[in-house]
Design a protein around this ligand. Structure first.
Ligand SMILES: Nc1ncnc2c1ncn2[C@@H]1O[C@H](COP(=O)(O)OP(=O)(O)OP(=O)(O)O)[C@@H](O)[C@H]1O
Ligand SMILES: [Mg+2]
Length: 260
């Protein structure tokens, strides 16, 4: 198992947000996480990356069998975890080109020198693939970028870093139809036995392009329903009310699954 989360509980500023998340993902798999606003999806993503604002209060996180909680955020990135942020940060003063170059140098850990020429070539190729204007390389990271441009920038980073696990937190939100296709192509480009992804989304659209192996519903800090891709259609049709009812014990699992 590449990632194994067991009974994970976590708080933000003393408030419990995750209340016992169980989740596992194999190498090469694509999982989707859906769920109502405020259910803890971004919290889970941030905890996987080791964001210190979130406090893990219980449970375990295993990455290839080793304890992820013992790793610092930069070590997690080096181990192959990548998060495409729901709200990418603007960094005035740091150009896209410098940022990507520095990130690549960090990854080499001083073992060898980065071949700047070929790295630049790879950036340009990926930008072309993502239909991004070349001039973005000289612009300050995310500064003044439109919502959709920021999301494309996240995917450019993903293509450059080639993570083993990419967590895409609403990367599809705010994208126009063409951009959605381009971003999905980016994810599909990396797909293979050495690449897994967790796609956090509110919409079916991106999952039409990037087929998930499993779909999970996170509600009130727990995964309350899991299934195959057909679960997405069901959620699209029925919304979350049936899941909430099921959690409250007002209907049985069987009843809610079979009622339209
Ligand atoms: N830094 C924080 N300070 C206070 N509360 C927080 C913080 N981060 C998250 N929360 C709270 O934790 C809960 C879960 O938030 P989270 O962002 O994980 O939800 P989400 O499932 O990603 O929602 P959305 O679909 O709207 O993105 C929310 O009630 C939110 O207000
Ligand atoms: Mg979120």
């Amino acid at each position: 198992m590449l990632l194994e989360i067991k009974n994970l509980t976590a708080s933000v500023e003393g408030k419990p947000i995750l209340k016992g998340v169980d989740f596992s993902l194999d190498a090469g798999q694509t999982h989707a996480i859906m769920g109502p606003n405020g259910s803890g999806k971004s919290t889970l993503a941030n905890i996987l990356m080791g964001n210190p604002e979130y406090e893990v209060t219980g449970g375990s996180l295993l990455w290839n069998g080793t304890d992820l909680l013992g790793l610092e955020p930069h070590e997690r990135a080096l181990a192959g975890l990548f998060l495409s942020y729901q709200y990418p940060v603007e960094i005035p003063g740091l150009t896209v080109g410098k940022f990507l170059k520095r990130a690549a140098e960090t990854r080499l850990e001083g073992e060898e020198n980065l071949n700047v020429g070929s790295y630049l070539k790879e950036i340009r190729e990926n930008m072309e693939f993502l239909e991004m204007d070349r001039n973005f390389i000289n612009r300050y990271l995310n500064t003044g970028f439109s919502g959709g441009e920021k999301k494309r920038m996240e995917i450019l980073q993903m293509l450059m870093f080639k993570p083993r696990l990419a967590i895409l937190d609403e990367t599809d939100s705010g994208l126009d139809i063409d951009a959605l296709r381009v971003v999905s192509r980016g994810v599909n480009r990396l797909k293979g036995p050495g690449f897994s992804s967790i796609i956090i989304t509110h919409y079916q659209r991106i999952l039409d392009y990037v087929k998930p192996d499993r779909v999970h519903v996170l509600y009130d800090g727990r995964i309350v329903e899991s299934g195959g891709p057909e679960l997405v259609n069901e959620l699209e049709k029925k919304g979350y009310e049936w899941i909430k009812k099921q959690v409250r014990g007002e209907v049985s699992h069987e009843q809610s699954v079979h009622s339209a």
